[in-house]
Design a protein around this ligand. Structure first.
Ligand code: NDP
Length: 297
């Protein structure tokens, strides 16, 4: 079997187009323009690229983008003071603090200082708790993007066996919660899982988020399964070129899977598209307006 390649770029373009339509209507009917504030501390080159892309895409869908670039030596108190200001700013509906933060800053403290209704990354403890207990939450962008692609492909996910490899707070755990909410039978695997291959082979839906280049091979995949590769690993080839690979060995996996996301061009583009969707959702909720049902889980 040769897997269908899931075109994350096309999915993301579709999500952005829908966001742009909602934003235009919100502006015209309610006079509201959603605004996203992105805070970058320090000069991490990868983070710089992400922040620039986020800013461009925010403006492209008709929202306001506010970038706050702070020096690496910014103190905890200075960062918290900025977050307080953004929490109180009526033009800002979404706040994203680009991670990782420099080591002297306490990430959990900073994230939990964001007003939960403006926490468009969905990392605030109250949003994590709401997701886990089935309440309306801001949902982390990467798992939300994976869920949207899976729903589009399967329609109903009810009764599917889903295996999520990785149990981080930003990908694995919320991904498992979302699949459970859609009535999958969910297994979470991690670095201590025994016989990872056997666990993975039970999956109709296999989501891999481990940060280990090409860990999952074709032999770990059930014939016809849908494979979502969240991994983004930057490698250097023998001739010194930069190469991005996933957590799944694409070459062997595509001979077994029914469908698979490539890296790049799979989950990555959906993550930013879902950030825009979350900012729109936050703006609607903050203003007490009906939310875009097609863009929320
Ligand atoms: P973390 O490092 O926070 O978590 C990795 C998880 O993988 C842990 O739960 C760990 O288990 C598990 N793990 C590590 N090695 C193995 C192994 N050999 N077998 C089984 N499980 C293992 O990573 P993130 O969740 O933040 O990110 C995962 C990947 O997704 C990375 O490549 C990252 O770059 C990418 N990513 C991509 C995004 C996108 O937009 N496409 C967004 C966010 C992340 P344990 O808990 O036991 O240590």
């Amino acid at each position: 079997m040769t897997a269908k390649i899931i075109d994350g770029k096309a999915f993301a373009a579709n999500v952005r187009a829908r966001v742009a339509e909602h934003v235009a209507r919100l502006n015209e009917v309610n006079g509201v323009t959603p605004g996203l504030a992105v805070v970058l501390v320090g000069e991490d080159p990868a983070s710089e690229v992400y922040v620039r892309n986020k800013g461009k895409q925010t403006v492209a869908v008709g929202m306001n983008s506010y970038e706050h670039r702070l020096p690496a030596e910014t103190t905890q108190a200075q960062l918290l003071e900025l977050i307080d200001r953004l929490n109180a700013d009526n033009d800002v509906h979404g706040i994203l603090v680009q991670l990782p933060l420099p080591a002297h800053l306490d990430e959990a403290l900073v994230i939990n200082a964001i007003a939960p209704q403006k926490d468009v990354d969905g990392f605030h403890i109250s949003n994590a708790g709401k997701l886990a207990t089935g309440q309306k939450a801001m949902v982390p962008c990467t798992p939300l993007g994976c869920l949207m692609m899976l729903r589009e492909m399967f329609g109903s996910l009810s009764g599917k066996n889903a295996v999520v490899v990785g149990r981080s707070n930003i990908v694995g755990k919320p991904m498992a919660q979302l699949l459970l909410r859609d009535s999958c039978t969910v297994t979470i695997a991690h670095s201590r899982t025994q016989d990872l291959g056997a666990v993975c082979r039970t999956a109709d839906i296999l989501v891999v988020a481990v940060g280990q280049p090409e860990l999952i091979k074709g032999e770990h995949i059930k014939e016809g399964a849908v494979v979502i590769d969240v991994g983004m690993n930057r490698l250097t080839t023998e001739d010194g070129k930069a190469k991005l690979v996933g957590d799944v060995d694409f070459a062997s996996a595509r001979d077994r899977a029914g469908a698979i996301t490539p890296v790049p061009g799979g989950v990555g583009p959906m993550t930013i598209a879902c950030l825009l969707a979350n900012t729109l959702t936050a703006a609607c909720r903050i203003h007490g307006l009906s939310e875009p049902g097609d863009l929320t889980p």
